[in-house]
Write a protein that binds this ligand. Structure first.
Ligand SMILES: [Zn+2]
Ligand SMILES: [Zn+2]
Length: 127
């Protein structure tokens, strides 16, 4: 029983282990590229456990879900908690000011600044 062996040595299901490894890699590369800034609250994502992947333009119920889902330009990182809260419209309001709120159409001073800070942070990648 090969897979049983793997599971025994890893102390977890090999599929779970592989997913965790991929997520850690993603976090580590994203961090090196200066991309680990939360799309919702515009602060840094400090740990892989807080990281979630989010679609800037929601793909669900869109005209072209598959395209939006896999469009890398449509991908941003955010805190898990922020991502979760933002998917509940009533709570999303608390994310003003934020780049996400800017994207949703808010042009208040805070959101304009949050959005430009966010873009600057992404541009200031460590070469
Ligand atoms: Zn956040
Ligand atoms: Zn705003």
């Amino acid at each position: 029983m090969k897979s049983y062996n793997k599971e025994k040595q890893l102390g977890m299901n090999p599929g779970t282990a592989s997913n965790r490894l991929l997520k850690q890699l993603l976090f580590s590369f994203g961090d090196r590229l200066g991309m680990q800034w939360c799309f919702q609250c515009a602060t840094k994502i400090e740990s892989v456990d807080d990281m979630s992947i989010e679609h800037k333009v929601p793909w669900l119920h869109s005209e072209d879900p598959v395209d939006l889902y896999f469009d890398l330009d449509n991908i941003a990182f955010s805190h898990r908690a922020c991502n979760y809260a933002a998917s509940r419209p009533r709570k999303a309001k608390k994310f003003c000011p934020s780049p996400a709120s800017y994207r949703r159409g808010c042009r208040c001073e805070g959101c304009r600044k949050a959005n430009s800070d966010y873009r600057k942070a992404l541009r200031a990648r460590s070469y």
